[in-house]
Structures are given as C-alpha cells and as structure tokens.
Design a protein around this ligand. Structure first.
Ligand code: COI
Length: 363
C-alpha cells in the first residue's frame, strides 16, 4: 500500500458515556470511526477518522446480495495507571487478511491498519470503560461496495473500524453458561468458509441459535458438518474439555475458527505444565467421560466471551451437568491470568500486550 496520511475530522458533538450497568455487549458506539476505501484503480486509499455515522451504500452493493464481507473482534483495556493495552492485535490483523484471501477481498496493510486502529482508540480513549470485566470492543470489518448484481468479487470495498464499550458477552457474566448440542443443523465444513471470520457463518448459525434460546440455552455446540459426530466450536467461541486430567480442544481442521484466545489459552496451559491435546473429540467421548465421572470441566474461549465456563450440555434429551454447574479450577485460573495480562495486573511472559500511545504517528 502507498504511504498514506490518515485524515482526522473530529465530531463537534460528544455523546454521553454510559454507566457500567448499561454496557451489555455491542449496543453502544463511540464518537468516531475509521473508514478507508478500495478501488481496483487506486488500491486502498483515503483513510480517515470521522464522526460515527451511517454508511451510505448503493442498494446494489454486492455486500447486500452475496455477503462478501469479513470482520474481526478485538478489545482495548485501560490499566489502573491509565495505560491503554491491546492484546495480540497483530494476530487479528493477520487473521483478517486470511479471511480476506478466502473471500477474494484485497489484503490490507496489517501494520497500517493497526496504526489506524491505535489512532482511532486515542481519539475515543475517554470511552474505554474502567470497571472490572469491561473493555472497549473493536470491530474492524470490510464490505463489498461495487453496485453489481452478477456474482464475482467486487471491484470496490470499504474498510471500517467501529468501537463499542462493553461488559460481558453473556448475560450470565462469568457464571457458567448452558449449551445445547446441535444435532440437525451444521455450521461449516472443511473447504467452506468456517475458518474465515465472515458474516455468512453467523447467518447460517441463527436458526439453531434461535431454537437454543427458546429452550433457555445460551448457545449451541456445533458438531462436524459431515458425520455430526466430532465437536467443532460453540457459536461465538472455541471450546475446551478437561477429561481425566487431559485438556482437549478440537484440532484446527479448516472449518473451525482459529481463535486468538484459543491459541493464548493453549500456550498458557502448556506454560503451567498442563497437558493440552489438540485433537478430534467426539460428543460420544464427552458423554462417556461424563458417565464415567471423568468430565471435570468444560469452557469456551473467545475475544468477546473471554473464558466462559460451561455448566451444562444438553444432548439427545439428556442434561450433562458439568462440575455441578459451577466454574472449574482451570477456567477460573485462566480467566484470572488472561484478564490480568490484558489489564496489566499480571505478568505478560509472552509479550502479548501492546501499549497504545507510544506508536509513531501515521506518515
Ligand atoms: C469475538 O469474540 O470477538 C467475535 O467476533 C465473536 C462474535 C460472535 C461476538
């Protein structure tokens, strides 16, 4: 990408900041957003920070018809001494480009996008909430904007970053969630788009999610799309099980999202000397372990969900209550350590956090 200067046009109006108990997840947005355009002629160009506002798109824009779009999820944290930290943001930018490749969207310059993100955060830094369990959620996304009804990759795009002060993703907060194992619908198959962070995967999940919600389950656990036998992931997070001392998470197989939190959790567990296996795990294995009294814990991992203990699975009309519906020791320790690294209260042995505010300004 050509060297670019980010234009900054500050808003003349500032919205009131929410109270901590109003936060929830993804409902409130800050005063500014980052936007950059792409055309085949100019490449990525015209990066700017502007007041938060609706996007105006032609109704024929290809995003509306064929779903050519990708997104990311990250968080910024405020430390007790008012430093702003990002957690492994370069990993999200790399994944954004992997999703771009899968969706035939032109790659972005990862370093430049990270710099733009840091500038946006600094502009809206007053929005980063301080209370425990809160953060500023970051949603970068790219949409296809060419007005055309034929099916081919768009020749123009918009890259946008918006920010949202958030509390916990689940209404349960950090209490265990209940998960319904989905036997009918599938989320993805290897060779499809399951590994990419693209809207279609989430649209495809809504029907099962709706049924789960009606039955008072927080999310569904997806099984593989071919045999409906092997565990893949939960709607918004990767999943881990502790069975007889072994911590198991489904191996990356082309249809599972390559979670940044998943990778961080695996590294932390190994750093603590615990056994972690990335392998195929069937729902039957989990069920058998449960009945043998060996299913010690289950938890999900994700940027939005952080570490979310799972208190119950419902599979084939049977309720599997895990750890008596309480948070297990591994999930507790992971939550404490991971959020501690992210908030700057725990040592960061892997150099995962990046401080915002020390970067060289955009060229
Ligand atoms: C995230 O964890 O950041 C995600 O993008 C998941 C989303 C469904 C909230």
């Amino acid at each position: 990408m050509r060297e670019q200067r980010i234009q900054v046009n500050l808003s003349t109006e500032r919205k009131p900041k929410p109270q901590t108990d109003q936060l929830g997840f993804g409902k409130i947005f800050t005063d500014h957003m980052f936007v950059m355009d792409y055309t085949d002629e100019l490449g990525w160009h015209d990066p700017k920070i502007i007041p938060y506002q609706p996007l105006t798109l032609d109704p024929a824009s290809m995003i509306f018809h064929y779903g050519q779009t990708v997104f990311e999820g990250m968080k910024a944290y405020l430390t007790s001494d008012n430093r702003i930290l990002l957690f492994r943001p370069e990993r999200n930018m790399q994944r954004l480009n992997r999703s771009n490749d899968r969706l035939c969207i032109p790659r972005i310059d990862e370093e430049f996008a990270l710099e733009a993100l840091k500038q946006l955060i600094l502009v809206d830094k007053e929005w980063i909430p301080k209370a425990e369990g809160t953060s500023l959620y970051i949603r970068p996304f790219i949409v296809a904007t060419e007005p055309f009804l034929g099916v081919h990759p768009s020749s123009s795009y918009k890259f946008v970053i918006i920010l949202s002060p958030v509390g916990s993703y689940y209404k349960e907060g950090i209490q265990p969630v209940k998960i319904l194992v989905e036997n009918a619908f599938v989320r993805a198959v290897a060779g499809g788009t399951g590994e990419a962070k693209t809207a279609g995967n989430y649209a495809a999940s809504l029907k099962a999610q709706e049924t789960a919600s009606l039955k008072k389950y927080s999310q569904v656990l997806w099984l593989d799309g071919i045999e409906k036998k092997y565990i893949e992931e939960v709607g918004s997070m990767n999943v881990f099980f502790k069975i007889n001392g072994e911590i198991i998470t489904p191996e990356l197989n082309g249809s599972i999202l390559q979670g940044v939190t998943r990778d961080s959790v695996i590294q932390l567990l190994r750093h603590w000397g615990l056994t972690v296996s990335e392998r195929k795990i069937s729902m039957q294995e989990v069920y058998d372990a449960y009945h043998a009294g060996q299913l010690e814990e289950a938890f999900g991992t994700g940027t939005a969900a952080v570490i979310s203990p799972i208190g119950e699975f419902f599979w084939n009309d049977e309720q599997l209550l895990i750890h008596n519906g309480q948070t297990g020791e591994v999930a507790k320790r992971l939550y404490h350590t991971l959020t501690g690294i992210q908030n700057g209260t725990e040592p960061d042995p892997f150099n995962w956090v990046t401080e915002v505010g020390q970067e060289v300004p955009a060229k």
